[in-house]
Design a protein around this ligand. Structure first.
Ligand code: ZN
Length: 432
């Protein structure tokens, strides 16, 4: 069965990183994964399956093998996408409307946020009888819209317009006097006064859908990077048991540089690894040898060639939608891939029958970056940067190949099932 429908449901139900992590937990719990609490000591058992979250917006799920293990094989992706965040005091009336004062979260194509149905989602921090607790917020209806100026007042609109997020990107949420905080309180069934804090975002309400003459493409908000996040957890759930610790890591805050308590540039991954090794260390092996033998796939979507702007892409190293899993390269190592990690990953894909294509930017275009090299500064191991080709990266509505998700899940599953044995520097054997 094509997994694309499951992914479209997942994206529909995951307007923010908080919701994405909550939904991934549901997938994991359904398959016997048990929650761990970072605030308590861990007791892990051979054959156990676990997950842990940080800030409710990052998640690490892992499987422990039945026997002794000597390394990790993990996939890292991100849970966040560019959007607008409500400021702490966001309500403002103007010209008969109630507006929300928002600021940019990440680098989106701002013009794609005009004139489309939007809503508010995130989390509220509420006073309860047990103490301060958090509640997810999601209005499952159209709540807001950012109106364009008419072309008659903006004749140059099709020649490129400079947008000021402080002025141009404020959504209307109703007639003057509409109080968004009262709406949040009502939706949660709590008193206004009991809402002590909020992390709320403006979210695109577009439905994920297939398009193209034979439905060969998928359009959805937040494909970058919920597509890879979904694929990594799905592959972990489908993979046969192995002799190493398999992990799916989904980090928040990639779109703003990863430098947060729960981002890839934090201690989250390294501390989880240290605790796993400590809890299961039957033969005195140290974290250092375990890490040296480990391998990571850093999975974040890639730029598929644009239909009418091929000149923006390198002639030899451009990738196509529905062309298979993309391996990403950059000489300055914004992508972690090198000859060794490429060889291991592509060999696993070859054995699994998964098509692979290679991407590098034009030498005169700097391109983007991702989280693999950042995570490596805390937990260093052989890493390859991969992704799926998509169009319109950081648009409110992105498009990818409808057949590629299955390729990615197959590749990740094959990676989890293969035994990557790092024998020494530059010496690797692949079993299985
Ligand atoms: Zn991304």
């Amino acid at each position: 069965m094509n997994p694309i429908n499951g992914m479209m449901d997942f994206i529909r139900q995951s307007p923010t990183a908080f919701h994405a992590v909550a939904n991934l937990q549901e997938m994991l719990k359904g398959q016997g994964f048990r929650p761990l609490n970072e605030c308590e000591p861990w007791k892990l058992v051979p054959g156990g399956r676990y997950y842990v979250t940080r800030n409710q917006s990052s998640l690490i799920a892992f499987r422990v093998p039945e026997g002794e293990f000597d390394h990790f094989q993990l996939v890292a992706s991100h849970s966040d996408s560019p959007c607008f965040k409500l400021k702490p005091s966001a309500g403002r009336d103007a010209n008969g409307y109630a507006l929300l004062n928002v600021e940019k979260y990440g680098g989106m194509i701002m013009q794609t946020w005009f004139d489309r149905p939007l809503s508010i989602a995130g989390r509220a921090v509420v006073r309860t009888e047990e103490g301060i607790g958090t509640r997810l917020v999601c209005f499952d209806r159209e709540m807001a819209l950012i109106p364009n100026l008419p072309i008659h007042f903006n004749r140059a609109v099709n020649d490129g317009v400079k947008l000021n997020p402080q002025v141009d990107m404020l959504p209307v949420i109703g007639a003057a006097g509409t109080d968004y905080k009262a709406l949040v309180a009502e939706a949660l069934g709590v008193d206004d006064a009991d809402i002590l804090g909020c992390d709320l975002y403006l979210v695109n309400r577009d439905e994920p859908r297939l398009w193209g003459a034979s439905g060969e493409y998928v359009a959805a908000p937040r494909l970058d990077d919920l597509e890879c996040a979904y694929a990594s957890v799905r592959a972990l759930l489908e993979a046969k048991p192995s002799n190493h610790v398999d992990m799916a890591c989904v980090f928040d805050n990639e779109e703003v540089g990863s430098g947060t308590r729960q981002g890839a540039d934090s201690t989250f991954l390294s501390e989880v690894m240290r605790r796993i090794v400590a809890a299961l260390d039957g033969n005195g092996q140290a974290l250092e040898t375990t890490l040296a033998r480990s391998m990571m796939l850093s999975a974040d979507n890639a730029h598929g060639v644009h239909p009418t702007h091929p000149e923006k892409y390198d002639e030899n190293n451009r990738v196509a939608l529905n062309g298979g899993v993309v391996v990403k390269f950059n000489a300055a190592q914004k992508y972690t891939s090198d000859g060794v990690s490429q060889a291991v990953f592509e060999e696993i894909c070859r054995r699994a029958g998964v098509p692979v294509q290679r991407f590098a930017n034009r030498s005169d275009i700097p391109g983007g970056s991702t989280l693999g090299n950042i995570a490596n500064t805390h937990a260093s191991m052989i890493t390859v940067d991969i992704g799926l080709a998509q169009l319109s990266m950081h648009s409110a509505n992105e498009s990818a190949g409808a057949h590629d998700l299955a390729h990615m899940i197959s590749a990740m599953r094959a990676f989890y099932e293969a035994e990557v044995c790092v024998m020494g520097d530059g010496m690797i054997r692949i079993r299985g």
